[in-house]
Design a protein around this ligand. Structure first.
Ligand SMILES: *Cc1c(COP(=O)(O)O)cnc(C)c1O
Length: 393
């Protein structure tokens, strides 16, 4: 439970988060502990952020060492961590040029600007964006303008003009929205917030083809589904369909606030120029040390291979839940980004999960989302399933 002191101090915040009645204190591996020492098995990873779990000594040491040396410079000066993080991120993401932001929303914000800038340089007069229903791209104005849920957008209208929404996995609905003003199509290869909806191979290929035929840019938002979560370093690689602009955040810094948007050389040639964009904190030495170190650990510890080893087991055990429990109607997703559709109220499930010492999150469509740290082992999956069975009983 949350003590009175914590509760009272909380009154100083703008109330936009509905918190669970838990005050977390520290973490280790797959587990986090509250202020009273209660243990929670973490299948939420702070919203798919802590891919390497908690208290990774190598990452901690690298961050501490960087803090002691220098953690802010502004982008007026070189710092070797910035270029190194960029080189490594480009190497694993298949992109050529990257810009570091502080969050996922800001990465999408930059991607949208980059697409408009590309059209501006080319003088095509294109400015419209096509986004997907049930998408989630963040809370800032541009990002929320392409987010496919009325509830996120309506209170803040009017938003960025020129945005249209197509049905996810329905190519005809995308084609119907294309005009000679279409600038870019933005989509998540695996929708997270919107209910764990995986793009079909046909849809990904179809979007790529539409973009190629019309000089439209394809933006993939991999803020949540990137960084190994679906069994390839980035989800686009699993489809073999490469976007023109890729956005990333969440797991790339394992919790140190850092995001990025990246583009191909071809896009970069026409897109953002000196003075067009910036971020005071973006790509600071601490954030870049996090990215560089996280990527090093991913490679050395073969995290993506590990995901492919354990994910089929998660799939199998979740399928069993669908079989065994009447209140579980469907399993969705891929790799270590999965969900189950349930018929019970999510609030009740969340409350019981907390009592059982299990952290899960929800998604649209009455979905319980499982996005554990990528270091999860079969024994943790078994433990989670046992807890879920009690929660859903
Ligand atoms: C979380 C998320 C964002 C927003 O990231 P923030 O860091 O919260 O701004 C954008 N896109 C997707 C797909 C996300 O899951």
């Amino acid at each position: 439970m949350v003590n009175e002191k914590i509760q009272a101090a909380e009154e100083n915040l703008i109330h936009v988060y509905n918190r669970f009645p838990v005050a977390l204190d520290h973490g280790e591996g797959m587990y986090v502990y509250d202020t009273e020492g209660k243990e929670y098995l973490d299948f939420a990873a702070g919203f798919a952020v802590t891919g390497l779990g908690y208290d990774n000594k190598e990452l901690n040491e690298a961050l501490k060492a960087q803090i002691d040396k220098l953690y802010h410079t502004s982008n007026l000066y070189y710092h070797e961590s910035c270029g190194e993080a960029a080189r490594e991120l480009n190497r694993v993401s298949g992109m050529d040029r990257v810009f570091f932001t502080n969050s996922g929303g800001e990465a999408n914000e930059g991607a949208l600007k980059a697409a408009r800038r590309y059209a501006y340089t080319k003088g095509t007069g294109r400015y419209e964006f096509i986004a997907m229903e049930n998408s989630f791209h963040g809370r800032s104005f541009g990002a929320v303008s392409v987010t496919g849920h009325d509830s996120y957008r309506e209170p803040f209208e009017p938003l960025v003009p020129g945005v249209k929404f197509a049905k996810f996995n329905d190519l005809d609905s995308v084609k119907a929205l294309i005009t000679d003003k279409t600038c870019a199509i933005i989509m998540e290869p695996l929708q997270g917030e919107g209910g764990i909806n995986l793009a079909t191979q046909e849809f990904m290929e179809g979007i790529r083809a539409i973009c190629d035929e019309n000089d439209i840019l394809m933006i993939c938002d991999e803020v949540q589904c990137g960084m190994g979560r679906t069994g390839s370093m980035f989800a686009w690689q699993g489809f073999g369909v490469k976007p023109d602009i890729l956005t990333m955040a969440k797991a790339i810094g394992n919790g140190i606030p850092v995001g990025a948007f990246a583009m191909t050389e071809e896009v970069a040639r026409y897109s953002l120029k000196p003075g067009d964009h910036g971020a005071t904190y973006g790509g600071n030495p601490l954030a870049c040390t996090a990215v560089k170190t996280v990527l090093g650990i991913f490679e050395r510890e073969k995290i993506v291979e590990h995901v492919n080893e354990v994910a089929p087991y998660l799939t199998k055990r979740l399928d069993e839940l669908v079989e065994e429990l009447d209140c579980v109607t469907e399993r969705k997703g891929k790799g270590l980004m999965q969900g189950i559709v349930i018929t019970k109220p999510l609030a009740e499930v969340n409350k019981k999960a907390i009592e059982e010492g299990l952290l899960v999150i929800q998604a649209q469509g009455n979905v319980i989302r499982f996005v554990p740290p990528l270091i999860v082992e079969k024994k943790h999956i078994d433990e989670m399933i046992e807890k879920m069975k009690r929660v859903l009983a």
